[in-house]
Ligand binder design. Structure first.
Ligand SMILES: Cc1cc2nc3c(=O)[nH]c(=O)nc-3n(C[C@H](O)[C@H](O)[C@H](O)COP(=O)(O)OP(=O)(O)OC[C@H]3O[C@@H](n4cnc5c(N)ncnc54)[C@H](O)[C@@H]3O)c2cc1C
Length: 323
């Protein structure tokens, strides 16, 4: 890795000042656990970083009178994983946060940075020297995708762990920019394009995540990674389920680590049916259809595809049987 490039750092104390600094061309910096290693690889040359960690109240976690959980984008993953209210009522979110990277990353890494982290690829997360030997790539400084040659879009993969857990719980995100505040479903924060995977407009900042009460639902998140102590998901699956006697009264499933965005898998056809081999096969086909595993990680494509399908089925199996 290189030394960091020269840039100016601003540390505003209010969200308004942060938005003004971002509108003037700054780039957000939170825990820095994703952004700074990328900059040390020559991936980006920002003139100004806007450190969000000094914003008053940006890390606050609260539960409203209607039971909605509000997590400030500056809350660390460690704080989320250990928050008694989240562990008790939204355990899949706490668990997903606890599985990100290693303990020292989670102490600094924030929810906003986790959701907005860059997409990854074996042809992108390399030194400048390595990438130059390949003529760079479509995601940055080049004009060719080495994963899907002749492609007109980048296929780098999104590997965030927390997004799918929030998606199956119907969370939404609060976004603040110079035009004001807007709220969108968390799934709409993402676009399936490796080079432009966020729908944030220039200068906008993710301010908070809102998770409705999950009464009656059980949810869980599982990931597969090379090193269990510290690694991105090669495949990750979040499931939320509502069981009514012998039928599935509700089922939502989201995947990560396989496409350029975390994606919901359509499961409506399984609602009202029992969970059995036939339903499991239908679920497997639905996950297969949405996923697009390509050669973007060091782990083999066939392995990642198979493990994704196996984890999806097992996750639903476990929730169905109350594990
Ligand atoms: C060895 C290693 C292992 C890792 N393993 C995992 C893993 O298993 N799972 C996983 O999900 N991640 C992993 N990561 C990536 C990273 O550590 C986490 O995603 C972390 O949560 C990023 O948060 P941060 O606050 O450090 O983000 P930063 O690095 O500060 O920012 C990341 C990106 O988000 C933008 N950003 C930050 N906050 C906001 C905001 N509020 N609004 C808009 N944009 C914002 C920044 O501009 C930047 O582009 C790993 C990283 C390393 C180095």
């Amino acid at each position: 890795m290189n030394i960091l490039p020269d840039f100016r750092t601003l540390r505003p104390a209010s969200l308004n000042d942060a938005v003004a600094a971002l509108a003037a061309g700054g780039e957000p910096l939170a825990g820095g656990t994703d952004l700074l290693p990328n900059l040390r690889r020559g991936l980006g040359k920002p003139e100004t970083l806007v450190d969000l960690t000094g914003i008053t109240g940006f890390a606050a976690v609260s539960v409203g009178a209607d039971g909605t959980l509000r997590i400030g984008a500056g809350a660390t993953l460690e704080a989320i994983a250990e928050d008694a209210r989240i562990v008790e009522s939204w355990p899949a979110v706490a668990h997903a946060a606890s599985l990100v990277a290693g303990p020292s990353h989670r102490a600094a890494a924030t929810l906003g940075g986790n959701l907005c982290q860059d997409t990854r690829c074996v042809f992108y997360n390399q030194s400048e020297w390595w990438r130059s030997g390949n003529g760079f790539c479509l995601k940055y400084e080049g004009d060719k995708c080495h994963v899907v040659v002749k492609s007109d879009r980048c296929y780098a993969t999104y590997h965030g762990d927390v997004a799918p857990a929030l998606m199956v719980l119907n969370a939404s995100v609060e976004i603040v920019g110079s035009k004001g505040v807007r709220q969108i479903a968390i799934a709409d924060l993402f676009r399936e394009s490796g080079a432009e995977h966020l729908s944030l407009e220039a200068g906008e900042v993710l301010a908070a995540v809102l998770v409705p009460p999950a009464t009656g639902w059980v949810a869980a998140y599982s990931k597969v990674r090379v090193r269990d102590a510290i690694d991105f998901p090669l495949a990750g699956v979040a499931v939320a389920m509502k069981r009514d006697g012998n039928v599935i009264a509700g089922l939502r499933l989201a995947i990560t680590g396989t496409n350029s965005a975390p994606l919901m898998v359509p499961t409506d056809a399984l609602w009202g049916r029992p969970w059995n081999d036939e339903a499991a096969e239908a679920l497997t086909q639905a996950v297969r259809k949405v996923s697009n595993v390509l050669k973007t990680t060091v782990a083999g494509v066939k392995y990642r595809r198979r493990v994704l399908l196996a984890v999806a089925r097992k996750q639903v199996d476990d929730l169905w049987s109350g594990k």
